[in-house]
Design a protein around this ligand. Structure first.
Ligand code: IMP
Length: 429
């Protein structure tokens, strides 16, 4: 049995948490490899709902969980999350959680910058989660980030803070933000250091050991391919690579170790924040899908924009991320709709496109070409076998499979852990 990498194949919020939780049951190690506390994965176990933001979803099952070097970590948010889930009965100890020594930190000054820029951008705002993710990745790439390993080296930490502030003070002045002092940043970091350092280690070694012991690893992606900084709807994207290829670089394993790539795909499309969305429905059907699907962000509570299934977009995600198979989620949300539409191409002026172009103005100008397909009146909610699905729902799933060019491995029909129809076991490839 091999490893599995799970990624979102639309604009996020595809229901990755539930699928990851389901797969984590059979994994030995669960790894986050990008993003930060902009992510929100919800898992329902019996009557308990866990909301994970930075913690790998494997902690719900006591699996060894790794926050890889590719993640940017807000340590205060992490400590809050640990306290919250411990309050729900999960034990988060250094035996269960490893934090990459090379992971860059998200500091309060990153959140300040994120908020100030968004506030000034007016209509051009990205609609970020406001967690400071973009500014933190900028500092990482700019080689001035504070990393977990720095917290254990107080002498070097002071110099690093000076270097970081030499960059931030002029930015803050330009945005009318108050100056921050090196002493203040140092004392904040000194306060949290003893609380996080017990978890910090060279996490690539943890994964190397796991590989040598023949353990099964689940790589847990956050956000989604259309929010990837290279492959998404730039600049309306997040600041990390979200494609499956990042699982290797963001955790410190070779590219072959990432195994079967499972793309999570919702049976319709949603997007939160600004940016192009060709299949968006601004009518009562969009409203109905949003209500039935409870389409409100787990991180910011924002209402998600809803639309028909866009097969062009997902086919593109399948290609750029090397998706082997797909988990189709929230099929039950479409129960009771008389007719469904699937986007099979775009019109751009007098051209017909079978892909989403890279330029923002083209992305905003494309209009969807729809194929209509019959809906179903029966209930698919909580179906656990292919036989439980009405014929029209089976036809819808099969048509999606054909259009996106990847097998449907799983179908989920409720937020409940066990309501999954498995056609193919991702761990068996
Ligand atoms: P940032 O990641 O906070 O910088 O936000 C950039 C864009 O990514 C915004 O459109 C956010 O709404 C979107 N985004 C970030 N994280 C998520 C997520 O976990 N689900 C859905 N959208 C997200």
């Amino acid at each position: 049995m091999g490893n599995v990498t799970v990624i979102g194949a639309q604009w996020g919020d595809e229901g990755k948490g539930k699928v990851i939780d389901w797969l984590a049951d059979r994994a030995d190690v669960v790894v986050r490899f990008q993003g930060g506390n902009n992510a929100g994965h919800t898992i329902v176990v019996g009557n308990t709902e866990y909301r994970f933001s930075l913690l790998p979803s494997g902690v719900a099952q006591g699996k060894l969980s790794v926050i890889g070097n590719g993640v940017v970590v807000d340590p205060w948010s992490l400590l809050d999350e640990i306290a919250r889930v411990q309050g729900q009965g999960l034990a988060i100890t250094p035996q269960v959680l490893a934090l990459a020594d090379a992971a860059a930190l998200v500091l309060p000054l990153h959140r300040d910058l994120d908020a100030a820029r968004e506030a000034r951008a007016g209509a051009g705002k990205i609609g970020t989660t406001g967690r400071g993710i973009g500014p933190a990745y900028e500092d990482k790439v700019g080689r001035r980030a504070i990393r977990f390993c720095d917290l254990g080296d107080p002498a070097a930490l002071e110099t690093k803070i000076e270097r970081l502030l030499a960059h931030h003070q002029p930015l803050r002045r330009g945005l009318d933000l108050p100056e921050v002092t090196a002493e203040a940043v140092l004392s904040q970091l000194e306060e949290i250091a003893p609380r996080v350092l017990p978890f910090v280690q060279p996490s690539w070694r943890v994964l190397d050991r796991a590989a040598k012991a023949g353990q099964r690893v689940l790589f847990e992606g956050a956000q989604a391919v259309m929010l990837d900084v290279d492959h998404g709807t730039y600049p309306f994207v997040t600041s990390s690579n979200t494609v499956a290829g990042q699982a290797a670089a963001g955790s410190g394993v070779g590219p072959r170790a990432t195994g079967y790539v499972l793309g999570i795909v919702k049976a319709y499309t949603t997007r939160v924040g600004e940016g192009p969305f060709p299949c968006e429905l601004k009518d009562e059907i969009g409203e109905r899908i949003g209500q039935r699907g409870a389409e409100f962000g787990t991180v910011t509570g924002r209402k998600r924009r809803c639309g028909w299934f866009d097969a062009v977009l997902v086919r593109q995600s399948v290609a750029v991320s090397g998706v082997d198979g797909v988990a189709l989620t929230k099929l039950d949300v479409l129960d009771g709709l008389e007719t469904l539409k699937i986007c099979v191409g775009y019109r751009l002026g007098d051209r017909i496109l079978d892909y989403l172009p890279a330029g923002l103005s083209d992305q905003a100008a494309v209009t969807p070409i729809y194929e209509e397909i019959e809906g179903w009146s029966q209930v698919t909610h909580k179906a656990r076998s292919w036989r439980d699905l009405p014929a029209a729902a089976v036809k819808y799933v099969r048509r999606i499979e054909e259009l996106i060019g990847a097998q449907i491995a799983l179908v989920t029909t409720s937020p409940d852990r066990d309501d999954v129809i498995m056609m193919r076991d991702p761990f068996r490839g």
